[in-house]
Design a protein around this ligand. Structure first.
Ligand code: NAP
Length: 172
């Protein structure tokens, strides 16, 4: 689960080392992509170009509060068009959720960094992919051509670790 049943990411799911891993990753991409409820709210967020998915616009709209952001509706324009409008047609991209946005890009990821906190339970919460918990995220990756890559322990006391799932044909 990436959030609880009310759509909030609770403090029980927040870990310092995971936050650092996430921040470092986003500092290395040209564009951040997320649904309307998944802004990462980090110190460097204001520096990042971003695509915000919403059905409230036909295809694109400028974000009046952020000149680096573009509202995008995939029903009205392709991802390639969105990157071009944002001025980053060949940029590296970090997709940060939520559920439907993670699922939408399953055929495009080079790598998906999946962090797990084994002792946290969020009954009825928002899953990382729609098929979860019917299938585990690992089963979803395997069925979509990913293989299990590097595992890094982020917080040994809490058992939090991140596994970098990679496309079989690509390397990091
Ligand atoms: N633990 C984690 O790693 C993690 C990762 C991501 C998110 N989260 C948490 O999860 C919660 C939000 O999850 P969520 O799944 O509700 O949020 P979300 O994907 O950020 O937002 C959902 C909204 O995004 C837009 N959207 C999504 N898919 C779309 C599509 N295919 N086409 C057009 N618009 C689309 C829609 O906006 P409109 O309503 O404007 O049409 C939809 O209501 C937050 O608490 C966030 O902090 C946690």
């Amino acid at each position: 689960m990436l959030a609880n049943a009310t759509g909030i990411m609770p403090d029980s799911l927040k870990f310092e080392a995971d936050r650092h891993f996430f921040e470092r990753g986003l500092d290395g991409v040209d564009v951040v992509v997320h649904g309307r409820h998944s802004h990462e709210r980090q110190p460097h967020s204001y520096l990042r170009r971003r695509l915000i998915l919403t059905r409230q616009v036909p295809a694109f709209a400028a974000d009046p509060s952020n000149e680096k952001a573009l509202f995008w509706n995939p029903a009205g324009a392709s991802f390639e068009q969105a990157l071009a409008v944002l001025g980053t047609p060949d940029g590296s991209v970090g997709v940060i959720g939520g559920t439907d946005v993670f699922g939408m890009f399953l055929d495009r990821y080079d790598v998906f960094h999946l962090s797990r906190a084994p002792d946290v339970r969020l009954p009825g919460g928002r899953p990382v992919f729609r098929d979860v918990p019917t299938r585990t995220p690992e089963e979803v990756f395997a069925s979509r051509g990913f293989h299990c890559g590097q595992r890094q322990l982020l917080d040994s006391a809490k058992g939090v670790a991140v596994v970098s799932w990679q496309r079989s044909s690509k390397s990091l």
